[in-house]
Structure formats: C-alpha cells, structure tokens
Design a binder for this molecule. Structure first.
Ligand code: PYC
Length: 310
C-alpha cells in the first residue's frame, strides 16, 4: 500500500494512493458507510500505532460521482469515518499538487458531505470553500458527570460539533490533558442525553473556544476528535461550524476575515458567505507540508499487523 503523509498546521493526513479495498460505486456517503461497516480492521490498521500516530486522519481516494471533481475522498480517523475533514482536504490538495495531478487554481473535490471547492495558491497554501454549515441548537445545557452544567451550541460543518464559548478551561498547551478529559466527558454526556443534530446525529467533536495569546488571532480553540485525540490544527470542519454560530449571532459579517489559532498555535484564516439554506459557506485558508512517501507493509508474522488495538 502506497501512502503520502502531510501535516496541516501540525495535524497529519495520510493519503492512500494504492492497496485499498474496492468500495463499489454509488454516492460517497454509501461508500463511506461500507468502509465503516465492512472494512473497520483495514482503516484502523492504517491509523493505529505503531504504523500510524495519534490524531492522524486517513484520506481514501475514490472515483467521484460528479465528473467535474478531480477526485472523491473519504476521510477517517482511528475511530470513525468522517463526513468531511478540513485539514485533510488542505493536506490532500497539497499532496495532489506534489504528485503533479493538479496545478494552481480552483478544483472540486467530492466528499461524503458534498462537493467542496479548493483553491491552491502555492505549493503549500490552500483555501477550502466548505459545504454549507449551520447552527442547529443554541444554548443547550448538558449535565456533565464530574463537571456539572455545561452550555454550548450544536453546529454542523461536515461533522457534528458541540461548541462551548468561552472555554471553561484556559486553552493553552499545559492544559491539554484537562481539556481532553472534559471534552470527552461532554461528548459522552451529549450522547447519553440525546443531544445531537436535527435527525439525532451524534456529536463527534467538541470545541472549546478560548482567548488567544497572539495579538492577530480572534481566538484559540481546542478541538476533540472522535478518536479522543485533539486536533493540532484549528479543525476545518470545526471552524466551519463555529463560523455558522458567529454568523447566527451577528458577531461576524459575510466576507470579514478572522484568524483562528489551534491549541498548539497553528493558524487558519476564516471567512464566510451566506449559504442558500440559511447557513454559511465557510472559507478556510491554511498550509500543509508533505512529510513522507511510504509503502505500508502488513506482514502476516507481525503480532501487531493490524495495530495496537487497546
Ligand atoms: O480539519 O475538519 C478537520 C478535522 C476533522 C478531524 C480532524 N480534523
């Protein structure tokens, strides 16, 4: 299996170029469901240690349904197949450029959540115009065991987010353990208390919006991903969900640009345009760097052939 690894603001993406199972044809959401239900050992073994690393997202390239798209892609982490992934789309775009498959300018990419447009500005810099993102619940209070009442918004940006603004814990690297524990507890509470999307879709990510130490930053966030790792980047789908909240609150005008930092200090430039269904079309600009081209080996004699599965 051939892969290319990149990182977007510190968050790794592994693009699978060959050796992946056939997911058949049809809508990408159906093929993503097939990946999740029939090939769990396969996708987890690519992400789990020792072959993978914490926080890594995989990008499985598939034939798009829409012929105007340069590729279809299904993103996944070690614990879930994702609807969309912002940092992964930036990493994938830089990887496709590295392979000479695309040049500077705009391209369309199909994901299970819909078609997104990317603009490659230079070898490393990409703007993603994401699918329409929306806030679905405002000011929902959860009873979080060990923490008490926590109030936040539920919003969709290609994945489902519970967003707490302001963060109850300062968003600084020294607090990563504490931030992780509390956001994991919030996600569990959202599931047991039935808080999710309009059709009961479960919350898969939790965001704490904290103040940034950097003068140019609107904010610094901590984002918990489905695999209980935190996003090293500011999280493209999470920023999309947050932009939908800012727009709904009248806190940010269409076209106005802000800078969002991640907990480790990597940055995205963000803005939005109004969507057609009452939400927003987010623009996320970030940078990715290719780190490795590799052949993954699955040796039958290897006791951890499918990863360290705790
Ligand atoms: O950037 O959208 C994102 C993302 C989702 C999970 C990890 N990164």
């Amino acid at each position: 299996m051939h892969v290319i690894d990149s990182h977007t603001g510190g968050e790794p993406t592994r693009v699978i170029l060959s050796g992946a199972p056939d997911l058949g044809s049809g809508p990408l959401a159906d093929r993503a469901h097939r990946l999740a239900t029939h090939h769990e050992t396969f996708y987890r073994s690519i992400m789990l240690e020792p072959r993978g690393q914490p926080a890594m997202v995989g990008a499985f390239l598939v034939e798009p349904v829409d012929p105007t798209c340069v590729t279809g892609v299904i993103f996944f982490d070690v614990d879930a197949v994702l609807g969309m992934c912002g940092h992964g789309t930036i990493g994938l775009t830089v990887t496709l450029a590295h392979l000479g498959r695309i040049g500077a300018g705009q391209h369309r990419i199909e994901t299970p959540a819909g078609v997104v447009t990317v603009e490659l500005h230079d070898a490393n810099t990409v703007t993603v115009m994401n699918i329409e993102s929306r806030r679905v619940h405002h000011g929902v209070t959860l009873d979080v065991p060990g923490y008490g009442a926590v109030t936040g918004d539920v919003a969709y940006g290609g994945n489902w987010f519970f967003i707490v603004d302001p963060s109850p814990i300062p968003v600084v690297t020294d607090n990563i353990r504490e931030l992780s524990d509390m956001t994991v507890a919030i996600r569990k509470a959202s599931i047991t208390q039935g808080i999710g999307g309009e059709r009961g879709e479960p919350i898969d990510h939790v965001i704490f919006q904290g103040a940034s130490a950097k003068p140019d930053a609107y904010n610094r966030n901590f984002v918990l991903c489905p695999d209980d790792n935190y996003d090293r980047s500011p999280c493209g789908t999470g920023c999309s969900a947050w932009l939908a909240c800012l727009a709904a609150d009248g806190a940010l005008k269409p076209g106005e640009e802000i800078v969002q930092h991640s907990v480790i200090g990597s940055a995205y430039r963000l803005s939005y345009q109004p969507g057609v269904n009452g939400g927003v079309i987010p623009s996320i600009t970030g940078q990715a760097h290719v780190m490795a081209k590799a052949t993954l080996i699955f040796d039958e004699k290897d006791p951890f052939k499918t990863g360290i599965n705790l």
